[in-house]
Design a protein around this ligand. Structure first.
Ligand code: SAM
Length: 260
């Protein structure tokens, strides 16, 4: 393996991922800011603007959003905010699903303090494995989002197939995820940063070097933009060309698919 890291066995991955996110849940937001030097916020708001989702005035029914691996709720609340500010949409629903109850709990705490906690029942939190999602019906959602979550799935293709299953025809799949830097010189600097500084920051801020080492390795092992695009198509989605958008040289990318 590169840089002397042990490769995580597939069988151990689910258990390990659970541990990683339980141990970082409460420090998750602080760590995110520190590690990405705030850039993850820009990526997330770009993702939300780009999607531009919300019930258009005059349309016949509200939308059903599903944010998978929703964790602390950044994307879910951002989408609801956008829909309200841009389209005056105050009736679309949001389901936040995450495999880890501790991460979901952080999201619920934030929800309780938010303006959406108005007794209207628009926002729901569900502990669900995104590969299966047995509590989400077929053809029941209009927008499926996942940000920095799918690379943690044991079986990424199963996750994409499930996304296809739960979306209605016409529904949109949108994924924001770490990706591969295409320029070799920039990639060299990026790898050096992520393999040395990130675990160190993990240790200093969260006292948890191993979890952040896992995160770095999971980023390196995730399929590149073209391969991931192919997997989205394999799940059944129509992928509008060019299929993805690189952010910050490809450190992250946005993939979109449409269920026709
Ligand atoms: N979407 C949030 C954000 O952008 O801030 C959280 C991202 S966090 C890096 C990754 C999340 O994926 C964690 O909350 C973790 O529990 C969740 N996760 C990992 N594997 C999952 C799975 N198989 N199904 C659902 N969620 C999963």
């Amino acid at each position: 393996t590169h840089f002397g890291f042990k490769t995580v066995q597939k069988e151990d991955k689910e258990k390990l991922v659970g541990g990683v996110f339980s141990s970082v849940a409460s420090k998750y937001d602080v760590m995110n800011d520190a590690m990405s030097m705030g850039v993850h916020r820009l990526w997330k708001s770009h993702f939300i603007d780009r999607l531009d989702a919300g019930m258009r005035p005059g349309s016949s029914r509200p939308l059903d959003f599903l944010d998978v691996a929703g964790g602390t709720g950044d994307i879910a609340f951002g989408l609801l905010d956008h829909a309200e500010k841009k389209f005056g949409d105050v009736s679309s629903t949001m389901t936040v699903a995450d495999i880890n109850p501790d991460m979901l709990h952080e999201g619920e705490l934030r929800f309780q303090k938010s303006k959406w906690n108005d007794g209207s029942d628009r926002v729901k939190f569900l502990v669900q494995n995104g590969e299966i999602m047995d509590k989400i019906e077929d053809n029941s959602k209009d927008v499926y989002t996942i940000a920095f979550g799918i690379r943690n799935f044991t079986d990424v293709q199963a996750g994409l197939n499930t996304a296809y299953r739960v979306l209605r025809p016409g529904g949109i799949f949108a994924c924001l995820e770490f990706s591969q830097v295409e320029n070799p010189a920039i990639d060299y600097a990026y790898q050096a940063y992520s393999f040395s500084l990130l675990p160190l920051m993990g240790q200093l801020i969260a006292n948890d070097r191993d979890s952040y080492q896992y995160l770095v390795e999971s980023i390196r092992k995730f399929p590149n933009q073209e391969t991931f695009k192919g997997m989205i198509q394999k799940a059944g989605f129509y992928v509008p060309e060019p299929g993805y958008e690189n952010l910050t040289f490809g450190v992250a990318s946005i993939h979109i698919g449409v269920k026709l």
